[in-house]
Design a protein around this ligand. Structure first.
Ligand code: C2E
Ligand code: MG
Ligand code: MG
Length: 748
């Protein structure tokens, strides 16, 4: 018998047969014993059938029990809750999941037969859920979980509703997964990076829009192709071999790749490839993420250019030049040929920059760079090291002669004026030359030596070129050392003033003094002003130093006044650099005010060269000083280039006859004549004359005789420290009083 219904049909037939037999008998079935049966059914047909039927029934019952247990087990282990309702919404059956989920953990016996709404612990009644889920799947929220409900109706043989089976399954996880998938899909679609997915055989199975945007290939052309379609040919096989090896070993590769877009353009990419494995650990896909780094590369190369070039002139800067120089030396060393370096510094650039402004200065530098470039060969490097310093590096077929020849060409070209801002500006240049290997065996030495040769060219009068020599480098080094020592002394107050009396011999009195600076802690050969003032002027250190000198001189004079030493004035040497400061008069006046002195207590000493440097400026400055009563002397008169006309134009009080004209008086007729002429000139113009460097009585006697009453010199006193000065003056004036005839005799 193949199915249950067959079994039932068979049993039913047998029972009918039996009942038919039994119905013919006067006996009830319980009275039917074996003997009676044998009697009734002698051949045992019925008995046998009956036994068979019983046996069959047993078997069928057993099969039914098994099937029921089986169904229940399936029912309970569904992973979903199942509730069976009758048409009155009474619970007919439910599985264990439903007991837990919907009926607060009750026993099955407690719920079966009861109205669904009485036992369900949910806010929404089962009846409501059933109606909503009738015939279609519906997701409801149970215990905060997303639950999918399907309610299926079962009808009886007459087509009337008999049962409703409700199936509840938890779809929270599934919903989360769906959400994730949606999210990933969105990311995939919109992310700026290109995402390209291949299968294990490197066939492209999916790409996002960014891949098409970056490569120019539409999606359809990429799907099914391999990534080789994007190869640029710029990477060799070894590159790809290495990439695959890394991918195989670590499942991950990252690097920069240059691919070729559909239109032939090269696209630099940052690429990351990850291997994806299936459950068994076999490669299923490769995911490749590409980022277009073209603009990054452009920015990088722009930054690189900026880092290596001078923003103003566009020439290589110090950094790039250093690189080129090292390479050039390396090559010259390998190939055994020379390389030459020209260190070029513009002359008078500072003046132009200071007086005409930075804008003009900048334009001038641009023009200078252009002119320089036009003079050298294409292969030569021209760089700007900073300020007005340029260098030219010559590499090919160089000799001392070619380097000197080019330097000459540059010097000549730079003598031509530069047309800037409607002006014709004259700037020359000084060039130092150093040739590898003789003048320096590495980049540092070569540059340093070309630089010091350039300084030699400046010293030699500018507008020229000088080749480096070892001897000149020593001088430069000494200069640098002196400069830093000077700076420290200015900072730390390492200077002193000495004062030399200025004497009126007719009156036998010290009337004034000259302040002379000393550097007692300076290097032994640089303690006298002639040794360090020129460098201080060049480096402009003279500005702070000069200010200190003025302040100190005025304070000292003020102190002597307080002690009763009534000098008329202190005479202070002023350099051209100080005078050129636009606020110089105001500074001097402020210092006078701070010392509590009058303008007439100060005399400034200027040399003729200072005056002649910029006569208009001097006239303005001196006029402003004069407004405050400050005196002006021309120092070392007769030694500079002077046009005597300025003596009339400028507010001058005093001419100091230079020691060189005094030295050979009275023996040298020429010097005597010069001294006499200066004294005559002074008298005519209503000026005073002071004779400097009087060492002998004979000199003084002669000068007195030709009408010079003011003198200064070792004959009377050497420059003295401030503290010794009052005592020195007293002794000196005592001596003068004791010298009979001096005061009276020579007076005119
Ligand atoms: P100067 O202004 O012509 O100063 C006179 C120089 O002659 C001083 O030298 C002084 O010591 C020296 N002298 C004075 N009488 C005699 C003498 O009888 N015989 C000889 N052989 N020399 C005499 P010093 O102090 O060495 O100064 C040299 C120069 O340095 C000064 O020449 C001046 O141009 C400059 N100088 C000195 N002090 C200062 C200063 O404070 N500021 C500036 N800017 N320059 C200064
Ligand atoms: Mg002087
Ligand atoms: Mg002098």
């Amino acid at each position: 018998m193949s199915s249950q219904s067959d079994a039932f049909r068979y049993i039913r037939a047998k029972i009918d047969q039996l009942l038919t037999v039994m119905g013919t008998l006067p006996l009830r079935p319980e009275e039917l014993d074996d003997d009676t049966l044998i009697e009734l059914d002698p051949i045992g047909i019925v008995a046998e059938s009956f036994a068979q039927v019983i046996d069959h029934l047993n078997q069928t019952n057993h099969a039914l029990d098994l099937a029921t247990a089986e169904i229940r087990a399936i029912f309970d282990s569904l992973g979903a809750a199942v509730v069976v309702l009758d048409p009155d919404e009474r619970i007919v059956d439910c599985n264990s999941q439903a007991l837990g989920w919907l009926f607060g953990g009750s026993e099955r016996a407690q719920v079966v037969g009861r109205a669904a709404n009485e036992v369900c612990h949910e806010a929404d009644s089962l009846a409501t859920i059933r109606r909503r889920a009738d015939g279609r799947s519906q997701v409801v929220s149970l215990h905060g979980q997303a639950v999918q409900v399907v309610a299926s109706r079962i009808v009886d043989e007459r087509g009337q509703p008999a049962r409703t089976v409700m199936l509840f399954s938890d779809v929270t996880r599934q919903q989360e997964n769906e959400l994730h998938l949606q999210l990933y899909a969105e990311i995939f679609r919109h992310v700026g990076e290109g995402i390209l997915i291949t299968d294990a055989d490197s066939r492209i199975v999916e790409v996002n829009a960014a891949v098409s945007r970056i490569t120019g290939y539409p999606r359809e052309e990429l799907i099914g192709a391999t990534p080789a379609i994007l190869k640029s040919g710029l990477h060799d096989d070894a590159y790809y071999r290495e990439m695959w090896q890394t991918l195989r070993e670590s499942g991950f590769w990252q690097g920069e790749v240059v691919d070729r877009a559909r239109d032939g353009r090269l696209v630099p990419l940052l690429q990351t490839i990850s291997r994806v494995c299936d459950g068994e650990g076999k490669t299923s896909h490769y995911i490749s993420v590409i980022t277009d780094i073209s603009s990054l590369k452009e920015t990088q190369s722009r930054l690189d250019f900026l880092a290596h070039h001078d923003a103003l002139t566009g020439l290589p800067n110090r950094l790039l030049f250093g690189d080129r120089l090292r390479h050039a030396i390396e090559r010259a060393r390998r190939e055994g040929h020379p390389a030459a370096l020209l260190f070029i510094d513009l002359d008078r650039f500072k003046n132009i920059n200071d007086s005409l402004g930075h804008q003009i200065g900048d334009q001038l530098l641009v023009e200078a760079a252009r002119r320089l470039r036009s003079l050298v060969r294409h292969a030569d490097t021209v760089a700007r090291l900073g300020g007005d310093e340029f260098v030219v590096l010559l590499e090919d077929r160089v000799s001392h002669e070619t380097a000197a020849h080019l330097a000459e060409k540059i010097v000549t070209a730079f003598k031509q004026p530069f047309a800037v801002g409607g002006l014709a500006l004259h700037v020359g240049c000084s060039i130092g030359i150093a040739v590898y290997p003789e003048d320096g065996e590495d980049d540092v030495a070569l540059l340093r030596n070309a630089d010091s040769a350039m300084y030699r060219a400046k010293d030699a009068g500018r507008d020229c070129h000088v080749r480096y020599s070892a001897e000149l480098s020593r001088a430069t080094r000494a200069r640098i050392a002196l400069d830093s020592a000077l700076r420290a002394a200015v900072r730390d107050g390492g200077f002193l003033l000495h004062f030399q009396p200025i004497i009126d011999i007719w009156r036998g009195r010290v009337v004034a003094c000259e302040a002379l600076v000393r550097w007692p802690s300076g290097p032994e050969d640089a303690r006298q002003p002639n040794d360090f003032i020129p460098l201080a002027e060049e480096t402009r250190l003279i500005v702070p130093l000069g200010e200190w000198i003025l302040r100190e001189a005025l304070a000292t004079l003020r102190g002597w006044h307080a002690q009763g030493l009534a000098l008329d004035y202190v005479s202070v040497n002023i350099s051209a650099v100080q005078l050129a400061q636009s606020d110089f008069p105001e500074r001097v006046v402020a210092l006078l005010g701070a010392a509590g002195l009058d303008g007439r207590h100060l005399q400034i000493e200027l040399t003729e060269n200072v005056l002649m440097h910029d006569i208009d400026l001097c006239a303005q400055v001196l006029a402003r000083l004069r407004e405050h009563g400050i005196r002006v002397a021309i120092d070392d008169f007769g030694t500079g280039y002077s046009s005597l006309s300025y003596l009339k134009q400028l507010p001058i009080d005093n001419l100091k006859i230079d020691r060189s004209f005094v030295r050979d008086i009275p023996g040298d007729v020429n010097d005597c004549a010069i001294a006499a002429a200066v004294i005559g000139l002074a008298r005519t113009l209503g000026l005073e004359a002071i004779a400097e460097g009087i060492e002998t009585q004979a000199q003084q006697d002669y000068l007195a005789q030709i009408g010079c009453s003011l003198v200064q010199g070792y004959l009377h006193a050497r420059p003295l420290p401030g503290a010794d000065f009052p005592g020195g003056v007293a002794a000196l004036e005592g001596r003068l009083a004791e010298t009979p005839g001096l005061t009276g005799a020579a007076a005119p």
